[in-house]
Design a protein around this ligand. Structure first.
Ligand SMILES: [Zn+2]
Length: 404
C-alpha cells in the first residue's frame, strides 16, 4: 500500500508523541485513520450479564501476518445466541456473541492468500467464518472444551480474550490465522447472513439421502415451519423435489412455506387428534402416506406423532432437537419395527456442507425462492438487546443485526 500524505502526517504525530515523552498511542477517540478508513476503535456487543448486552469500545488490534480484519456488515441471531443470552449455559459471560456474520476484508496479513476452500482472498472481499475447524473437515461441531483463545477458530461462542473482537455482533472482527474463513463475495448480504442456518439443512438433507429413500419423486412431509423447516422446504425444492407437504399451526408460516416450495400445507389446528391429522397429510398426497419426513420442531410430542405420517418402509430425519427438549415416547413396535422405518438424526453440519450451501443459495435465488424474506427483523448493533428479545418472543422468523 502506498504511503500517502495523511499516513505521513500520522506517523509524524506518533513520533512527536514519543519524543515528547508521553509514549502514548493516539487516543482511542481519535477517530478514523485517514489512510485506510479504518477507525482506531471497534465496537463489540458484549454480553456482560444475563439478558444484557453492552456495546463496548476497544482499540483496533494489530493485524498479524496471518490475520484478517473484517468490517462487519451483518449477523443473524441464532437460537444458540438466545440460549446464551437467557441462561449462559456454558458460563462464558462476559462474551462476544454472533457467529452467523459476514463482512468485508479491510486489512489482512501478508501471509493470507487463500480461504478455506482454496479461493483467493483480497481486500474488499466478503467473507464468513464457520464453526467447524478446517484442520478436521469431518467433525460436525466445534469442541467447547477446546480452549482456542488467542488463536480462535470459532467466533461468537468462546470465552473472551484481550483482543475482544471475537464475535460478529460488532463493527469489526479480527479473524485470527488458522480460522475457517470463506470468500463469499458472489452472494448478496441477506444470503450471506443466511449461510449458517442453511448449512444445517444442507447437512440434514445429506443425512436423509444416506437412507436411499429420498428421491426426486418422493412425497415428503416437513413438520414445523420455523426458519429451519422453511429452509428445509427450500433445500428440497431447489434439489428438484416437488411433492412437499408442510405441517404447522401458524397460517402465515404455512403461506410462506408455499412460496418457498411446498406443494401443500396442513394446519394442525384444523384437526383433532393424530388420526385426523395423519389423514390430512395423506389427503395432501392423494391418499398416500409420506415416503420421507423431516421433523423440524423441538417438541417431543411432534417427534412421537411424525411416525404416523410415514408409509411402511419410509424414512425419517429428526433434526428439531438442536438442544435437549426432553424425552419423547414412541411405540417401537408400531412406529419403528413393524413399519421398517429408516431413521437418521442430524445436527449442525460439516465443513463440506458449508461450501455446498453457497451453491444452494445461488440456485434458490435462481429459481426465485424468496429466501431473503426469512429475515423479518433487522436491528442496528445498538439495539441488540431488542433483537434478542424479539428472537425469544418468536414473533418473527430470522432476526438480524445489520450495520449501517
Ligand atoms: Zn447459528
Amino acid at each position: 500500500m502506498a504511503v500517502n500524505e495523511q499516513d505521513v502526517e500520522l506517523i509524524v504525530k506518533q513520533i512527536l508523541n514519543q519524543i515528547s515523552g508521553s509514549g502514548a498511542a493516539p487516543a482511542p477517540s481519535a477517530g478514523k485513520t485517514a489512510s485506510s478508513g479504518i477507525p482506531s476503535t471497534a465496537h463489540v456487543a458484549m454480553l456482560t450479564e444475563l439478558e444484557k448486552f453492552e456495546v463496548k469500545e476497544y482499540p483496533m488490534p494489530e493485524v498479524g501476518d496471518d490475520d484478517i480484519l473484517v468490517k462487519v456488515e451483518g449477523c443473524g441471531v441464532c437460537g444458540t445466541d438466545a440460549h446464551e443470552f437467557k441462561r449462559d449455559p456454558f458460563g462464558l459471560i462476559p462474551v462476544a456473541l454472533g457467529h452467523e456474520g459476514t463482512g468485508e476484508i479491510v486489512k489482512m496479513g501478508k501471509n493470507v492468500k487463500k480461504d478455506s476452500a482454496g479461493k483467493d482472498l483480497h481486500i474488499g472481499d466478503k467473507v464468513v467464518t464457520c464453526m467447524i475447524f478446517k484442520d478436521d473437515p469431518d467433525i460436525t461441531m466445534y469442541d467447547l472444551n477446546k480452549q482456542n483463545i488467542g488463536g480462535a477458530d470459532v467466533y461468537g461462542l468462546l470465552p473472551d480474550d484481550e483482543i475482544h473482537l471475537n464475535g460478529w455482533f460488532s463493527d469489526y472482527i479480527l479473524v485470527r490465522g488458522g480460522s475457517t474463513v470463506f470468500n463469499v463475495s458472489d452472494l448478496d448480504l441477506d444470503s450471506r447472513i443466511l449461510i449458517e442456518p442453511c448449512a444445517v439443512l444442507v447437512h440434514a438433507v445429506e443425512r436423509a439421502k444416506t437412507t436411499g429413500i429420498l428421491r426426486f419423486n418422493s412425497r415428503v412431509v416437513v413438520q414445523g415451519c420455523g426458519p429451519i423447516g422453511l429452509i428445509c422446504i427450500a433445500v428440497l425444492r431447489t434439489m428438484g423435489i416437488e411433492n412437499i407437504t408442510a405441517v404447522d399451526g401458524n397460517q402465515a408460516r404455512l403461506d410462506f412455506a408455499m412460496r418457498l416450495g411446498a406443494s401443500h400445507t396442513v394446519s394442525f389446528k384444523d384437526f383433532q387428534g393424530i388420526e385426523a391429522l395423519s389423514g390430512a397429510v395423506a389427503a395432501s398426497f392423494d391418499g398416500h402416506m409420506a415416503d420421507f419426513a423431516f421433523q423440524c420442531t423441538g417438541n417431543p410430542m411432534a417427534h412421537a406423532n411424525i411416525y404416523k405420517f410415514i408409509r411402511n418402509g419410509g424414512g425419517l430425519c429428526e433434526l428439531g432437537f438442536f438442544i435437549n427438549g426432553g424425552d419423547a415416547t414412541i411405540n417401537p413396535h408400531f412406529d419403528l419395527c413393524s413399519k421398517e422405518i429408516t431413521l437418521v438424526g442430524s445436527w449442525v453440519y460439516t465443513l463440506r456442507d458449508y461450501a455446498t450451501t453457497f451453491d444452494f443459495l445461488k440456485r434458490a435465488k435462481g429459481i426465485g425462492l424468496p429466501l431473503s424474506e426469512l429475515i423479518t427483523h433487522r436491528y442496528p448493533l445498538e439495539q441488540i438487546n431488542e433483537a434478542l428479545k424479539t428472537n425469544l418472543a418468536m414473533t418473527g422468523l430470522k432476526i438480524a443485526i445489520v450495520n449501517k
